[in-house]
Design a protein around this ligand. Structure first.
Ligand code: PLP
Length: 426
């Protein structure tokens, strides 16, 4: 049996579909993000600018966050030393869960090793504990939510993306007596659009469903204290379970859910993904909590991120680059072809020292392959102009068609208020 050949063939088929993934070897420079050292295939190092990081606010290099991690590691050591049940529940982890419950104004919170695990564990466990439950899941939900739905083994209905009329139809066609769980995201990470959260809550109320929202791409970044879209829109108390990550806006690592005590106690007690794994290390928990607490009282990172995102969209759109208009900090640039998308990304790195990972199928539908740009508060105006210059040159070299600038997002639409630099503490 040619075992090795089977694996090689499997990977070859991905190569043929232009879906083979190549990882960039990066060394982020603390204090100088978004700058990083990149090493190419022959290990030659050079400095580049990252334009596709999910460390959305640069909190991964925040000095107080780094100090919290270093100090805690010095005092409590590196690992947690056990599962939550067997000696691993460390003081910084307990404090982190309290900080998260407070962020979302819920009775309790529960931390997992990642956002992926929190979705898989929470959705599957909650659905399994509801007898004969039906799950209603948005068509574009993240892989971790799909995994949770599948793993629950419960009946599911997929509603068209953000389509409340379709969701209503599906709810109305389901036996009123059966328990129902609606799972959706607030900010969808690839198109940067936002769910009709209030309308989904209305439907949940009307049909007696529980609501589960993934706020991974919103926590830290929206709402007066960084509680996400539900906080921004005054809807947190209408959502039963809020899920988030510590790895994106908060710049650390780990995932969580926040909910009432009964739900948290049940997931804590029944989810194998929570029970049979080592607890997060104290230094990481202290770093995450410091980041969360910082963003509860500081709006300057959020304001600056929004400013740089608006400016990036306007400047790229003005150059005839196919920017998708989004109501969020996410700036998708549609290429529409897997080979061209990869080639554009390679050329940006090789010729312009700019790193934007190509996003191809199956992360996005075929024909919508894109460069997903995520401006942070630490991308300067000068960097944005460099990006425009590099993209225009790459678009010309590869003969990717330019478009008529979308009047909704061009620079003429920017008001001076859009471009005012936020002040610290503002
Ligand atoms: C990244 C992501 C997750 C997973 O979070 P991690 O902490 O990275 O595991 C969950 N949901 C969505 C929508 C995501 O984009």
């Amino acid at each position: 049996m040619d075992y090795r050949g089977i694996f090689e063939d499997a990977v070859d088929s991905l190569r043929q579909e232009k879906r083979y993934r190549v990882f960039a070897d990066l060394e982020r420079i603390a204090g100088r993000f978004p700058r990083a050292v990149y090493r190419d295939a022959s290990d030659n190092a050079r400095e580049i600018t990252i334009w596709c990081s999910n460390d959305y606010l640069g909190m991964g290099q925040n000095e107080t966050v780094i100090a919290a991690m270093q100090e805690t590691a010095g005092k409590l050591g590196v690992g947690a030393g056990g599962t939550r049940n067997i000696s691993g529940t460390n003081r910084p982890l307990v404090e982190l869960e309290r900080s998260l419950a407070d962020l979302h104004r819920k009775e309790a919170a529960l931390v997992f090793t990642s956002g992926f695990v929190s979705n898989e564990a929470a959705i599957s466990t909650i659905a399994r504990l509801l007898p004969d439950c039906v799950i209603f899941s948005d068509q574009l939900n993240h892989a971790s939510m799909i995994q949770g739905v599948r793993q629950s083994g419960m009946q599911k209905h997929i509603f068209r993306h953000n389509d409340v009329a379709h969701l209503r139809e599906l709810l109305a066609a389901t036996d009123r007596k059966r328990p129902k769980l609606i799972v959706f995201e607030s900010v969808y990470s690839m198109d940067g659009d936002i769910a009709p959260v209030a309308q989904i809550c209305d439907l949940a109320e009307e049909f007696g469903a529980l609501t589960y929202i993934d706020e991974v791409h919103a926590v830290g970044m929206y709402g007066p204290r960084g509680g996400g879209i539900a906080e921004r829109d005054g809807l947190m108390e209408r959502i039963d379970i809020i899920e988030g990550t510590l790895a994106k806006g908060f710049g650390a690592m780990g995932g969580y859910i926040a909910a009432n005590k009964a739900i948290i106690d049940a997931v804590r007690s029944y989810a194998p993904e929570f029970i049979f794994t080592t607890a997060l290390p104290p230094a990481l928990c202290a770093a995450a909590r410091t980041s969360i607490e910082h963003l509860k009282v500081s709006g300057v990172e959020r304001e600056m991120q929004q400013r740089q995102a608006r400016l990036t969209k306007a400047i790229l759109a003005d150059a005839g680059l196919p920017v998708m208009e989004t109501p969020t900090h996410i700036v998708p640039l549609i290429v529409g072809d897997a080979r061209l998308c990869k080639a554009a990304s390679d050329m940006l790195m090789d010729k312009h020292n700019i790193y934007i990972q190509p996003i191809n199928y199956p992360t996005v539908p075929r024909g919508t392959e894109r460069l997903r740009i995520t401006p942070t508060p630490l991308h300067t105006d000068e960097m944005i102009f460099e990006l425009r210059h590099a993209l225009v040159s790459v678009w010309a070299s590869l003969e990717i068609p330019r478009v008529q600038a979308d009047p909704a997002i061009t620079a003429s639409k920017l008001t001076s208020g859009d471009l005012t630099l936020p002040t610290v503490g503002g």
